[in-house]
Design a protein around this ligand. Structure first.
Ligand SMILES: Cc1cc2nc3c(=O)[nH]c(=O)nc-3n(C[C@H](O)[C@H](O)[C@H](O)COP(=O)(O)OP(=O)(O)OC[C@H]3O[C@@H](n4cnc5c(N)ncnc54)[C@H](O)[C@@H]3O)c2cc1C
Length: 134
């Protein structure tokens, strides 16, 4: 989100990860994210943005409700050396890559970077149970 706020752009992989996180980890309405993106994206496009958010929220084209992006495995796969993360979060520049990937970062190493707001596994279970009620 720092990249979006500071540069007005974000790679497609990150757009999918943050969209999944907002909807399926934080259990928030995708339209909040759609609006935030339109306020900041230099390439903001109503059709592509709406399509991207609804795809990520599983309410649009190709709805795979249980397509939930795991932030840890996504980092492992697409930023294994944590170059992207350490560039946009310099507070973590001295932290071991494996700790960043698992999210197990000691408070002393955080340099005021906030604690995780949720636990991905428990939120994933919550999302699936809520979705099962629909
Ligand atoms: C939640 C979410 C929101 C998005 N919001 C927007 C948006 O507001 N505007 C936007 O143009 N794209 C949006 N996208 C699609 C995609 O992320 C961007 O088009 C792409 O990241 C732009 O970077 P680029 O120009 O380097 O793309 P490149 O990969 O170089 O692609 C070149 C062009 O192809 C088109 N394109 C590529 N991927 C997609 C895609 N998945 N959907 C539609 N068009 C695509 C774009 O016009 C892009 O500029 C969104 C995707 C998601 C998951």
């Amino acid at each position: 989100m720092r990249q979006l706020n500071q540069s007005g752009w974000m790679h497609n992989r990150c757009r999918m990860i943050v969209a999944s996180f907002l909807v399926k980890d934080l259990i928030c309405n995708w339209q909040m994210g759609e609006q935030k993106f339109m306020e900041h994206l230099v390439d903001g496009d109503i059709a592509a943005n709406n399509g991207g958010w609804q795809w990520s929220a599983s309410s649009g084209m190709d709805p795979k409700p249980l397509r939930i992006f795991n932030p840890h495995t996504q980092t492992q796969k697409f930023d294994p050396l944590c170059k992207y993360i350490k560039y946009w979060i310099p507070e973590l520049s001295k932290v071991n890559n494996s700790d960043i990937i698992t999210g197990d970062i000691l408070k002393s190493e955080r340099k005021n970077y906030p604690d995780p707001v949720i636990n991905h596994s428990s939120q994933q279970r919550l999302f699936k149970s809520l979705y099962a009620e629909i």
